[in-house]
Design a protein. Structure first.
Length: 95
């Protein structure tokens, strides 16, 4: 049987969830200045068969090119702010 949460614990969890939701909304609102567009640009370079390290902003490890290619594919079918929101939700979910 799971122990029952105390009211202060519920308040802390709720506060953290509200904070995370606001941070996701803030990053989507500011999507043009977040580094996320660089991820998509890197992914497009990988999909086009170009050398991803010719991009001045690419300091990520080689494996990240595969992740970025997936983001670039998603951004072809969904608006960029939706892909960014999914990326942020995935990051929060990984925590």
């Amino acid at each position: 049987m799971r122990p029952k949460l105390r009211p202060w614990q519920v308040a802390v969890y709720a506060g953290v969830l509200v904070y995370l939701a606001l941070e996701i909304a803030r990053s989507v609102w500011r999507s043009e200045i977040v580094v996320f567009s660089g991820y998509v640009e890197l992914g497009e370079a990988v999909l086009a068969g170009r050398d991803p390290y010719t991009l001045g902003l690419n300091t990520w490890p080689p494996f990240f090119g595969l992740v970025a290619a997936g983001l670039a594919l998603l951004s072809r079918v969904l608006p960029l702010h939706v892909v960014l929101a999914l990326w942020q939700l995935g990051a929060v979910g990984a925590i």
